[in-house]
Design a binder for this molecule. Structure first.
Ligand SMILES: *Cc1c(COP(=O)(O)O)cnc(C)c1O
Length: 229
């Protein structure tokens, strides 16, 4: 068995076990995070049943987007610069990194130009770590109000990252708070629109699922360590 096949099977087992422990009874969607891994790894994962991939950088996503011949759902989850939004909107099924009103407005503008309604997640910096992107939790009301006025974006839910605590149990309050905010969001948009709670990575996805995540973004546990160059 190839390494990716073996690792992916193990990740899926762990996701299913965590689903059973969750009090929310949700089904979890895996986004396989392929950043810094070659197209062949992406193709192999898709061949093994992965239906969604995630990339951080528009440039890298563009290269794979052009070359990939298999059908897949494209998630963009890295911090976006304004000058990359046009390209991002042309490719992404879901932009998870809606991390400022400024960028949401630009996504709306660029989507409008091509007659698209772009699905997005609002990214919040729940822990308040300075190194993290994302909006302040106390801006939730304002951001939802402003975002719901933008005709070419459709807010589908919330994305967040927890700090990389060595003791992974410490992430639990962060994910619990995110789940509460996500429940609040549901009341601010049309019924059924807020459906995605994207949280949990290699280090902490089991805790995130126990706290209600229905989308996890996992790279290292499937593809191995990334080699930055
Ligand atoms: C890189 C990245 C991931 C995946 O991280 P792993 O620890 O490799 O699973 C998930 N979400 C975001 C936003 C990322 O940047």
């Amino acid at each position: 068995m190839s390494e990716i096949k073996e690792r992916l099977a193990h990740v899926m087992d762990r996701i299913h076990e965590a689903e059973k422990r969750s009090p929310y009874g949700q089904k979890v969607t895996l986004v396989a995070v392929t950043k810094f891994h070659p197209l062949e790894d992406m193709e192999e994962a898709i061949g093994l049943g992965v239906s969604q991939v995630g990339e951080n950088r528009v440039q890298e996503m563009g290269e794979k987007f052009k070359a990939l011949t298999l059908p897949v759902v494209w998630n963009l989850q890295g911090h976006l610069q304004k000058n990359k939004v046009k390209k991002a909107v042309a490719m992404a099924d879901l932009i998870q990194s809606g991390d400022s009103l400024d960028i949401l407005r630009e996504i709306d503008r660029r989507a409008g130009e091509i007659g698209k309604v772009q699905d997005v997640l609002l990214e919040f910096n729940i822990s308040g770590e300075e190194s993290k992107h994302g909006m302040a939790p106390d801006s939730l009301d304002d951001v939802c109000r402003e975002a719901s006025l933008l005709p070419h974006i459709r807010v589908k839910g919330l994305m967040c990252m927890a700090p990389a605590y060595e003791d992974v149990e410490k992430t639990r309050p962060v994910f619990r708070k995110a789940h509460g905010m996500w429940e609040d969001m549901k009341k601010k948009f049309p019924e059924g629109q807020i459906s995605i709670l994207s949280m949990g990575m290699t280090h902490d996805f089991e805790i995130a699922i126990e706290e209600g995540a229905n989308m996890v973004r996992i790279g290292t546990a499937i593809f191995g360590e990334r080699h930055y160059h």
